[in-house]
Design a protein around this ligand. Structure first.
Ligand SMILES: *[C@@H]1O[C@H](CO)[C@@H](O)[C@H](O)[C@H]1NC(C)=O
Ligand SMILES: *[C@@H]1O[C@H](CO)[C@@H](O)[C@H](O)[C@H]1NC(C)=O
Ligand SMILES: *[C@@H]1O[C@H](CO)[C@@H](O)[C@H](O)[C@H]1NC(C)=O
Ligand SMILES: *[C@@H]1O[C@H](CO)[C@@H](O)[C@H](O)[C@H]1NC(C)=O
Ligand SMILES: *[C@@H]1O[C@H](CO)[C@@H](O)[C@H](O)[C@H]1NC(C)=O
Ligand SMILES: *[C@@H]1O[C@H](CO)[C@@H](O)[C@H](O)[C@H]1NC(C)=O
Ligand SMILES: *[C@@H]1O[C@H](CO)[C@@H](O)[C@H](O)[C@H]1NC(C)=O
Ligand SMILES: *[C@@H]1O[C@H](CO)[C@@H](O)[C@H](O)[C@H]1NC(C)=O
Ligand SMILES: *[C@@H]1O[C@H](CO)[C@@H](O)[C@H](O)[C@H]1NC(C)=O
Length: 709
């Protein structure tokens, strides 16, 4: 009643209080609060509140939250029924009124309690009347929004499962139930539940609790074509009838155009038998009527692939994989030396057949071996060129093998190792030369016929005064096609003619091989002409530097006992002597190093040439300095000297182009150490014969004679 009486006063006071902000209003505007938490204080706090003050706080938080309010300080004038000063907290329909300060227990203060609103709104009102005998501090209150757990009350109205979340909640249904449009109710829903995996399990709704009434469920197992399904019931309790076959609730299974069931019953010891389909589809159905519910069943299934039948390894091969049902695959491979013909892998298909075709392992075949030049192939295993068969190579007479003498047909169908090549044996005579003993060409002796099978006679009909002038030269066989000789032999020498210094025409050159006696060639003597003449580009016909030339024969030659090639100097056998390089001849004492020079040249300077091939042994260990001292013309680094200070042994006119030979003590083969080039007279004392230093021309010779042209 006091409140009512005071009403006019309150309104007047409010007008006074609120004039600052709301001069036209008769009451204070409410202070709206919408944050999720905050603090409210009595007017003028921390000063004591004044008289005739009214304040309102309207706290609103989002839906789904409640508001918790807590006073940390509360000191108001105490009065009966809180009639004078008070704080009212209201929410929804409820209001609580507080006053006092804790001194008088009969007055209600809100200290030490949390007030929770039933909804998202809370209004706090403060009122003080016209007079206070004492001064009071007022209050401090804190509020915060708190989520409402709607599920706590009546399960949120959800029929099955209620889920609370901040500011709300939702309902859901158990397996095989479906939420209804009202979002709260659930209805059994277990039709056409499809399984496609290779194994799984399924059960009646609510298992192991009782299944619902009036349910019609079906589980459709639909696995890949090629699998069959094995179904096992692990538990089974379905309402049955003592005399009538499953009149109420039952299971029926449709598969392979058959129906199994109706099945019912509830004996744990008498489960329905496991069974397997032959197809890849099974439809397990369940029906319950409106009364009597039981636990239901739980079942699982797995699949078995269709069998494709066993596969075996091919002969000479291997198989990997030993499972022969649907989706399995096997791989085939062949042993080394065999190749697969057919599928390298096969897989078991859905319809029980294998993909691909069964492979076989075929032996690897090599090509028919290519014939080798100057040699033959021996076929050990007949003409069988399959894997692991081998062939052998032999070289013809006068040839030797470089490489391996056999080849095998390898796993890749290639002959391995590579076939060898047959190269001419150089520097070996079929007929032994005479024992090396001093003699003479000038001071030489007749050679044993055929003992220098590389020696050739070169006849040159070069133009000179009064027609063609016939000169002879020597040369030596390098291989089937090439002759080594001196450049000056194949160069025009007639100073007055235009051919001077030029290579003589090919047709003026005749080469005789296998010849000993010049004026009566033997039956085996072979005659060739020049196809091409290569003179060293730096040949100087005045100083005879670079006096080396090659003759390419018009037709290649066949080696025999009296026609064979000479070797070129072995390239690794050099020693330094003074400032000079010399070929090192093993086991030959320096001063005695002797070489053989051969030719049909003059027996003595100015005399006629020899009819038979002569040989002479000359010392070759002549330092170039010494030789240069003794000779008038310069001896270049492309020259070597041979002979002796005593004189008497030398080559002479007509010997030019022929070889100065050394014998390699390791191989016992003769090689060209020099080519007869020039001298001052023949075999004069204190004069040496001068020869081309072939060592310097090995690369040139090889380049010119082996390069493809
Ligand atoms: C509080 O605020 C809400 C929302 O702003 C409003 O609906 C309600 O009427 C207010 N209550 C009072 C008592 O002012
Ligand atoms: C009030 O709520 C706060 C926070 O939720 C809590 O710490 C406090 O203990 C509560 N007080 C009472 C009296 O329940
Ligand atoms: C499985 O059986 C149920 C009940 O007979 C039927 O309604 C459904 O169509 C069947 N499903 C298939 C895929 O056969
Ligand atoms: C093959 O069959 C064996 C035994 O039946 C099984 O252990 C293995 O896992 C199978 N392998 C594959 C690849 O299916
Ligand atoms: C591969 O097998 C097929 C069929 O068996 C056969 O006709 C063919 O000749 C075989 N090929 C070889 C290279 O062996
Ligand atoms: C089995 O299936 C494969 C692949 O689909 C097919 O090519 C083959 O013709 C089928 N065989 C039979 C006997 O059906
Ligand atoms: C060829 O040789 C291979 C391997 O040695 C052997 O397996 C095969 O039977 C032989 N073939 C003939 C026709 O001899
Ligand atoms: C066979 O051929 C393969 C691939 O070309 C190669 O890697 C292998 O070394 C060869 N084997 C032999 C023995 O040549
Ligand atoms: C090569 O030359 C010789 C001698 O001139 C001659 O007998 C022979 O027929 C020639 N060979 C060829 C293939 O021209």
């Amino acid at each position: 009643m006091a409140q009512t009486l005071n009403r006019t006063r309150v309104i007047i006071a409010s007008i006074l209080m609120c004039l600052v902000h709301f001069p036209v209003n008769t009451t204070c505007e409410t202070e709206q609060r919408s944050a999720l938490y905050g603090q409210i204080e009595s007017p003028d706090y921390p000063e004591p509140y004044g008289n005739n003050v009214d304040r309102v706080w309207n706290i609103t938080v989002p839906d789904g939250f409640t508001i918790v309010l807590y006073f940390s300080l509360f000191e108001l004038e105490a009065s009966l029924d809180c009639a004078y000063d008070n704080v009212k907290v209201s929410s929804s329909e409820e209001t609580a009124t507080f006053c006092g300060n804790g001194q008088f227990l009969e007055f209600r203060t809100p200290r030490d309690r949390n007030m929770t609103s039933p909804n998202n709104n809370m209004v706090v009102e403060f009122h003080s009347d016209y007079s206070n005998e004492e001064q009071f501090s007022g209050f401090v209150a804190h509020y915060q929004a708190r989520d409402i757990n709607e599920c706590l009350v009546n399960n949120g109205g959800c029929e099955q499962v209620c889920h609370n979340f901040v500011s709300g909640y939702y309902c859901s249904c158990r397996l095989y139930y479906q939420l209804q449009p009202d979002n709260h109710h659930c209805k059994v829903s277990c039709r056409d539940i499809v399984y496609t995996s290779e194994q799984d399990e399924f059960q009646t709704p609510d298992y192991p609790d009782d299944y619902p009434p009036n349910a019609d469920c079906n589980w459709l197992i639909n696995v890949d074509f090629g699998y069959s399904i094995n179904i096992v019931f692990e538990t089974f309790q379905i309402e049955s009838h003592p005399t009538v076959l499953c009149p109420y609730d039952f299971v029926k299974i449709y598969y392979d155009n058959e129906v199994r069931g109706p099945i019912c019953g509830d004996s744990q010891s008498d489960l329905p038998a496991s069974f397997s389909t032959s197809g890849n589809i099974a439809n397990v159905t369940f029906h319950s009527d409106q009364s009597v519910q039981r636990m239901g069943f739980r079942a699982r299934y797995d699949v078995t692939g269709r069998s494709c039948g066993a596969l075996y390894r091919p002969t000479y091969g291997m198989i990997s994989g030993s499972n022969f049902t649907f989706r399995d695959s096997v791989r085939f491979s062949c042993n080394d030396g065999y190749v697969i013909n057919g599928s390298t892998s096969r897989s078991c298909q859905a319809n029980g057949t294998w993909s691909g075709i069964q492979p076989t392992c075929e032996i690897v075949k090599c090509n028919v071996p290519q014939p080798i030049s100057n040699g033959e192939i021996l076929y050990y295993s007949g003409m069988n060129f399959s894997y692991s068969n081998s062939i052998r190579f032999v070289c013809n007479d006068y040839y030797e093998m470089e490489g391996i003498s056999w080849s095998e047909c390898g796993v890749n169908g290639t002959w391995t190792p590579e076939p060898p090549v047959c190269v001419p044996i150089c520097g070996e005579s079929s007929i032994s030369p005479r024992n090396p003993q001093p003699g003479r060409i000038v001071g030489g002796q007749e050679s044993t016929p055929g003992s220098w099978p590389w020696q050739v006679l070169i006849n040159i009909k070069a133009p000179g005064f009064g027609g063609l002038r016939n000169t002879i030269c020597g040369g030596s066989v390098l291989n089937e096609e090439w002759i080594l000789t001196a450049a000056h032999c194949v160069t025009g020498t007639e100073v007055s003619l235009t051919t001077y210094g030029k290579v003589v025409p090919n047709h003026t050159v005749v080469v005789s091989l296998g010849i000993h006696t010049r004026n009566s060639p033997a039956e085996h003597t072979v005659v060739r002409s020049a196809l091409e003449i290569i003179k060293h580009a730096e040949f100087d016909h005045v100083t005879l530097d670079y006096d080396v030339a090659l003759i390419h024969l018009n037709e290649s030659i066949q080696f025999n006992d009296v026609i064979r090639p000479i070797c070129l100097p072995p390239q690794s056998t050099h020693i330094e002597q003074g400032d000079d390089k010399h070929v090192y001849i093993p086991n030959v004492a320096d001063t005695d190093t002797t070489a053989v020079v051969i030719g049909w040249g003059q027996i003595q300077k100015g005399r006629s040439t020899s009819n038979v091939l002569l040989e002479v042994y000359v010392g070759v260990n002549v330092p170039r300095n010494l030789c240069n001292m003794k000779l008038n013309d310069p001896v270049t680094t492309n020259m070597v000297c041979a002979g002796s200070t005593e004189g008497g042994l030398d080559s002479c006119g007509g010997d030019s182009g022929g070889p100065l030979m050394l014998r390699d003590d390791v191989t016992n083969r003769y090689f060209t150490y020099g080519i007869v080039s020039w001298g001052e007279g023949c075999a004069r004392p204190d004069k040496f014969g001068v020869y081309v230093r072939i060592e310097n021309f090995v690369d040139w010779i090889q380049y010119e004679t082996f390069v493809e042209r």
